[in-house]
Design a protein around this ligand. Structure first.
Ligand SMILES: Nc1ncnc2c1ncn2[C@@H]1O[C@H](COP(=O)(O)OP(=O)(O)O)[C@@H](O)[C@H]1O
Ligand code: SF4
Ligand SMILES: [Mg+2]
Length: 329
């Protein structure tokens, strides 16, 4: 069953440049349904709008970011609630219904206090922690469940490695057993060993809490090892979505093929397929299919018309003119 849905979601950064209003169309008409108990991956190169999308799904929309259209629903007590009309109530469900691990989450931990103090700060506003010894026990049990040493609670953030700090941040985000966890590049900027530990931890959490994880990373290798389904984002739009095995075995969109082709393979010394260039500025994105300036298969209509996200089967959607009912390859 679906736990979170976005319908026709548009979130733009509205900027005043020289007295004129400009929009950075970072999230541009997105429709997704995320299921209970799944790890939903969001992939795409840097600058494609991944962080903006999950901030918006979390309801963290502050100027210059504006939701200009569309809705985000959470299923709470079997009812779909539009989060943009929850107002103050949205704040009250953070950490216990949905939690967010921001990109560069080291900043979540207060550098001048011991880790346990960060826990008191975060959960103190959500639950009654007057019985601190019971809560300390709960936190220690949570650490044990996640395979983290409890002595870390009495350390300062600077005494821990980057990987350990990231795992502590994940422990913090999950201490109140939220139904949804939104994580932005949690393993990026870590060494390979620490990266693996973070991914393993997220897998364990999903298994234990039976919750939903929305995982953003530009790293397709990480998605291959953890995500159940993947949405590929390009220039503010979802261009393909399918179960992970299908994305890797039969990618349809030229951009997805490029992302997979760019992955290093063991023993493969061949030259990687490249899509020259980089994602466009979203202040002035290309007409038609936004990928057309980089696409080797671009046709005339790609420069003019915007391809709709269409279903190629019940679980696989793609937005590309190479695929339509008549022209299915
Ligand atoms: N505060 C901001 N003001 C204006 N533009 C922004 C802001 N934050 C991000 N952007 C722009 O929005 C686009 C998407 O950024 P982001 O969501 O961070 O992408 P990703 O997470 O995929 O790297 C980029 O073009 C970026 O420059
Ligand atoms: S719609 Fe056209 S330009 Fe866009 S990905 Fe498909 S073939 Fe390439
Ligand atoms: Mg980002």
């Amino acid at each position: 069953m679906e736990i979170l849905k976005a319908e026709n979601l548009k979130a733009y950064y509205l900027l005043d440049i020289g007295g004129k209003l400009h929009s950075v169309r970072a999230v541009d008409d997105i429709n997704i349904s995320i299921k209970e108990n799944e790890i939903y991956g969001i992939a795409g190169e840097s600058g494609c709008g991944k962080s903006t999308l999950i901030k918006t799904l979390y309801g963290m929309v502050e100027p210059p970011l504006n939701v200009v259209d569309g809705k985000v629903y959470y299923r709470i007590d079997n009812e779909y609630k539009n989060i943009f009309s929850l107002n103050g109530a949205l704040e009250s469900i953070r950490w216990n219904y949905i939690s967010y691990i921001p990109q560069g989450s080291m900043s979540v931990l207060n550098p001048v206090v011991k880790i346990i103090e960060s826990f008191w700060d975060f959960i103190g506003s959500r639950v009654d922690i007057s019985d601190k010894s019971t809560w300390r026990k709960n936190i220690e049990e949570h650490f044990a469940l996640l395979g983290l040493p409890t002595k870390v609670l009495d350390a300062y953030p600077h005494q821990l490695s980057g990987g350990m700090r990231q795992r502590v941040t994940i422990a913090l985000a999950t201490i109140l057993s939220p139904k949804i966890i939104v994580a932005d590049e949690p393993s990026t900027a870590l060494d390979v060993v620490a990266q693996r530990a973070v991914i393993q931890l997220l897998k364990e959490i999903q298994k234990n809490l039976k919750n939903t994880i929305i995982l953003v990373t530009h790293d397709m290798g990480v998605h291959a090892s953890i995500s159940d389904r993947i949405a590929i984002m390009y220039a503010g739009k979802i261009v393909e979505e399918a179960p992970t095995s299908e994305i890797f075995e039969s990618p349809r969109h030229p951009y997805t093929k490029y992302l997979i082709g760019a992955l290093p393979k063991i023993g493969d010394k061949s030259y990687k397929v490249s899509a020259p260039g980089a994602p466009p500025s979203l202040l002035n994105s290309p007409s038609g299919c936004r990928f057309h300036p980089r696409c080797s298969q671009a046709m005339e209509e790609c420069k003019v018309n915007v391809p709709e996200l269409i279903s190629v089967n019940s679980e696989h959607r793609v937005a590309c003119f190479l695929y339509s009912k008549e022209r299915e390859l």
